[in-house]
Design a protein around this ligand. Sequence first.
Ligand code: NHO
Length: 363
Amino acid sequence: SIDKEVSIAVVGAGGVGSCFLQQLAYISKNHPKVRFHLTYVAIIDKALYHKDFSDIDIDTALSTLEASGRPLPTLDVAVDYLASIPRKVVFVDNTSSQGIAEAYPEILRRGISIVTPNKKAFSGTYELWQQIFDASLSTGALVYHESSVGAGMPIISTLKEMVETGDKVLRIEGVFSGTMSYLFNSFAPIAGTGGRWSEEVRRARSLGFTEPDPRDDLNGLDIARKLTILGRLAGLPIASATSFSVQNLIPEELRGTMDTEEFLQKLADHDDKMELLKTEAEAANKVVRFVGSVEVATGTASVGLKWYNRSHPIANLQGSDNIISFYTERYGLKPLIIRGAGAGGHVTAMGVSGDLLKIVSQI
Ligand code: NHO
């Protein structure tokens, strides 16, 4: 029997958002206790919602939004509308919008819970982080963001449980970017030679493994954002994603405003340097990988190239997999290791849907 009714607002319906809507359709048909009402759907320029809060059919939401969506209201207007819904409301942010991220404290203050894979809010200023969790504490509205690190893998929930049950996290280390995982697994494989660096970047891009402009992966910022989030959850007041050492793999001369094609052509001039890195590691019977780590005792985080023995779990990743190792007091010398697909619409949306289920069971 149904014992709860919840309204869902979905903002963003791209790679992750469209997969999330498919999962929401499944959940709403199969949940034994909760009735889900899709009450608001929006993309960058359009929104679909009804004055009387009546339901939007989940299966056809996107085509209806395309055909008869109205112009996107301002965020203030949208939040006023959501706050007036006479039910519990969960706001699902499937965008990478900075503006929406900055509105989380206000959304929570209005009693609306939030689920999101968007890293911006949690890796921005420490002040925004505090405002978000203070607002949640004061109103009881919840905020979950599992997919902001490692897609659907249980990274954030695991770390939170360690901390909340009194384990002491000492170090977190891993490969946090599907793109960089793919690039280094094929550039410096544990067996065979791998291609030239710029060719590997070009190939990864054509296979859809990089951002449209690969510089957005090579600059290390995506990984720095994820480390900021994990470091803060482990108790470090990390000021921002640019407050610690991040190795930028974009050669300095190529950081200007040139277009992507010109960048890829010029990147070939730097292949010899990358080749040298690879052969130096090989000479020591190791492989080079691009990793991130948080060192809790010293309060530091870093992102950059490191060498690993061929037998090391970090050296043995495949495809665009992520791997995250938690070194804690409880786990001693053998870290808890979580490994699996770290990118892609369906697995990222699963983290979002899983969080939604956790929220509805608590509100
Ligand atoms: P898209 O496909 O660009 O879709 C964005 C949607 O938001 C569009 O529908 C757009 O119209 C809408 N939108 C943008 N601004 C809006 C606004 N102001 N109001 C209303 N709608 C707006 O982006 P994705 O790929 O679906 O990503 C969505 C979010 O999930 C982003 O925050 C992204 O960072 C996050 N995310 C995506 C992935 C992924 O695999 N695609 C992952 C994690 C988080 O695990 C993944 C990952 O880390 C991949 C990473 N590149 C890696 O490891 O290499």
